[in-house]
Design a protein around this ligand. Structure first.
Ligand code: ZN
Length: 236
């Protein structure tokens, strides 16, 4: 509770966080908004938009997230923090090594088709422990115990692709795994592929650097005509 009789003295959020925030409706707008938020985070001047009580009440009746984040579960990869967003902005699905089984794909399809979310981001990162675990399993021809085996097994196609390309460092394998995850999602989800083909949605693979805090585009599929949003051109 605030001090009695002094409601006006309660420290409040900065003015930027209480103003209206435009919700992107196209893949390019969504990508630009994520890039802008990451720049704010990297440079240490986050706005923390959509995190106040007023916005919490405003989104209680319905959500319109502008991006799906399929990210690694790594505790240092919190989507709303690294993209400087708030409640109702991001539809986040996270698994170790951003592995994508039926539940993940179903969640993505829900966001894209029911909620109308125009962008899907596959988010990996450097020094990924899940990639390292899969690399070790592949090199030693062993499998971890319990359900962790399913995570490692799901990453084996990426490990085989890396081996064929002569890529042996973890961060190089991470990039290959991100690109493979994007391809696999589009190949496994006819619903998602149709939304991308129709131009209503795009899928972007990004890699996050733990120390620097910045994201880099690894691959992209879909209608992303705004090259200023990111230096990496979108694939057809
Ligand atoms: Zn990871």
């Amino acid at each position: 509770m605030s001090r009695p009789g002094s409601p006006g003295t309660q420290p409040g959020p900065p003015p930027e966080s209480t103003g209206p925030v435009v919700t992107p409706t196209t893949p390019a707008q969504a990508l630009a908004e994520l890039s802008a938020g990451n720049r704010r985070f990297v440079t240490g001047i986050p706005r923390h938009p959509n995190q106040d009580a007023g916005h919490r009440a405003a989104v209680a009746d319905g959500q319109h997230p502008f991006a799906v984040i399929v990210g690694c579960s790594d505790s240092r990869l919190a989507a709303e923090i690294i993209f400087d967003r708030g409640l109702g902005d991001l539809f986040v699905v996270r698994t170790a090594g951003h592995t994508t089984g039926p539940e993940v794909l179903g969640s993505v399809e829900y966001a894209v088709t029911v909620l109308g979310t125009p962008l899907v981001v596959v988010l990996g990162h450097d020094s990924c422990g899940a990639v390292q675990a899969a690399k070790t399993a592949a090199e030693t021809d062993t499998s971890p115990a319990g359900h962790l085996r399913a995570v490692v097994d799901a990453m084996m196609p990426s490990l085989r692709r890396a081996e064929a390309a002569g890529v042996t460092d973890v961060d190089g394998i991470v990039d290959i795994h991100i690109a493979h995850t994007v391809e696999a999602m589009l190949g496994s989800s006819a619903v998602l592929a149709a939304e991308v083909a129709a131009g209503r949605c795009a899928v972007v693979g990004m890699s996050y650097r733990l120390a620097a805090g910045e994201v880099r585009t690894v691959t992209a599929a879909g209608d992303l005509p705004d090259p200023a949003a990111d230096p990496t051109p979108a694939a057809a």
